[in-house]
Ligand binder design. Structure first.
Ligand code: ATP
Ligand code: ZN
Length: 484
């Protein structure tokens, strides 16, 4: 192809949309606006003979009640009609059972990629990669999911696991290079340049891939919710990520000759009121919104105090909302005591009326309440582990019916309903299915004697608030005393 012109490939991308099909904060985001951007860019680029890909870098699931209650079908149906070409599985795609995820893919119609989500024989469960053939250009796209998913979302993995994303890339790149002219990594790994508290050494990051390989044209990343306003070229690889919630659509234009990017530019397009809404996608979004509105607007109770679910607060200590939630779990199951992870509390509730929507915003994961039979020794082990959790991590514990002191990273003076912990006794303990299955590092709970009550934690909280009627109690008498 001696006199061939370079081929233009434009990649549009979003990541971590987390249920944000509808615009929020008045005029930010919304899939109907994103659709307009996609359509306009397609028209512009294709007129010049170029090609456009629209990619989602993972975490479609979890975060907005209207989406959550319909298992993100609004999101996937909209993305289908927006012409999405592929997505990579994010960790939050495992907030739901594997069968639901497969159902979502049927609605979406586009491939869900992950080269490192594998069964026990290390065989990938979804497509590891795809090749998009534009005639004059074949684009290989490989999907990589953060290995953190094993720890963060261990609930619904069944017998499957996440192998090293870095090694999966090594394994698949040779085949992909044979089948395509250029290669793109669609990754839900995250961009972490410095030390990130929640990311222990050993997890693959997108910047690490860019640094260590020079045969990948582009990494479209997600997971860390990073807005790379000026996508970087690291060592021959363009690296981009578009923040979160569809506030921006990333656009990367590349000009390709003989499998090499000879020129490129990139930008982040703000999704705001300046962008008009695509009427068809708007119609789909509105239809789904109205389906659940009545149920979500239902008034559940009143609170005379601010119920604190602030991320920094629930991950560094106890709050009144944390107490209320664990109290509800113990109340409903009549357990001896209970505990849950602060990271499972995702929002606050303002003073005033409480709607069901408010509750689902606080507890979006669809967790169920577990009752476990734990002997005193295991209780001690759990609380000792909780005592080692540094501030800022989701594993921070909130409790009800138990008090203890943290001294030198150990749980001391453990009292169950005012009585000292008896290590020979077996207690009925309420928790969520996330911790019961060993999530957030509580590995000692995995496989222990317990049963899933099937009660959805959000509904239990709703019932408890209805039972209380009005929440007056602003007391946050400490249940966990940190002594050092
Ligand atoms: P991203 O949206 O990019 O994947 P994230 O929200 O998962 O990020 P963090 O905000 O750090 O990442 O939250 C992780 C914490 O969220 C976990 O440590 C855990 O406490 C909590 N969490 C995640 N999934 C669940 C779940 N299914 N049930 C209960 N808690 C969960
Ligand atoms: Zn993620």
């Amino acid at each position: 192809s001696l006199f061939a012109e370079p081929v233009q490939l434009t990649v549009l991308h979003v990541n971590d949309t987390h249920g944000h099909v509808w615009s929020f904060d008045k005029d930010i985001g919304g899939f109907a606006r994103i659709a307009t951007i996609v359509n306009d860019v397609k028209a512009e680029v294709e007129k010049k003979g170029g090609h456009v890909l629209f990619l989602h870098a993972g975490d479609v699931n979890t975060g907005v009640p209207e989406s959550d209650q319909l298992d993100a079908i609004p999101d996937f149906v909209a993305l289908h009609y927006m012409g999405a070409d592929a997505m990579v599985l994010g960790n939050h795609e495992f907030d739901i059972p594997l069968n639901t995820l497969k159902m979502q893919q049927r609605y979406a119609g586009f491939p869900f990629l992950s080269a490192n989500f594998v069964d026990k024989n290390l065989y990938p469960i979804f497509d590891p990669y795809i090749v998009k053939d534009f005639g004059d250009l074949k684009v290989g796209i490989i999907g990589l999911t953060t290995e953190q998913t094993t720890v963060l979302e261990s609930l619904y993995l069944e017998n499957n696991m996440f192998s090293s994303a870095y090694e999966a890339l090594n394994d698949y790149m040779p085949v992909l290079k044979e089948k395509s002219d250029i290669q793109i990594v669609l990754s839900h790994l995250g961009y972490y340049s410095g030390n990130k508290p929640n990311l222990p050494v050993g997890y693959t990051t997108s910047n690490e891939i860019a640094l260590n390989r020079n045969d990948i044209a582009l990494i479209v990343d997600g997971h860390s919710h990073t807005l790379l306003e000026n996508p970087e070229m690291i060592n021959n690889t363009i690296l981009t990520q578009s923040g979160e919630w569809g506030k921006y659509v990333g656009r990367v234009d590349m000009w390709i000759e003989d499998g090499r990017v000879i020129d490129w530019k990139a930008q982040q397009i703000p999704v705001n009121s300046q962008i008009k809404e695509d009427p068809f996608i708007k119609m789909i979004a509105d239809m789904y919104y109205n389906m659940g509105a009545e149920k979500l607007n239902e008034k559940v109770g009143v609170t005379n105090v601010y119920l604190d679910g602030e991320r920094n607060h629930v991950r560094s200590g106890e709050t009144n909302l944390g107490h209320l939630i664990v109290d509800s779990m113990v109340w409903k199951t009549d357990s001896d005591f209970g505990f849950m992870n602060g990271g499972g509390i995702r929002a606050s509730i303002d003073k005033g009326d409480i709607s069901y929507r408010d509750i689902l915003t606080v507890l979006p994961f669809g967790n169920t309440v577990y009752v476990m039979k734990l002997n005193g020794n295991t209780v001690k082990e759990v609380l000792d582990f909780a005592a080692t959790i540094p501030d800022g991590q989701g594993a921070k514990l909130h409790v009800s019916g138990v008090t203890f002191e943290i001294v030198d990273g150990k749980a001391n003076n453990i009292m169950i309903n005012g009585e000292p912990l008896d290590i020979n006794k077996v207690y009925n303990v309420a928790t969520n299915n996330y911790l019961a299955s060993g999530g957030d590092g509580y590995k000692m709970l995995k496989g222990l004697n317990g049963y899933d009550t099937g009660f959805v934690a959000a509904d239990v909280l709703k019932e408890y608030i209805m039972h209380l009627g009005t929440i007056e109690n602003s007391n946050i008498e400490k249940r966990i005393i940190v002594k050092n």
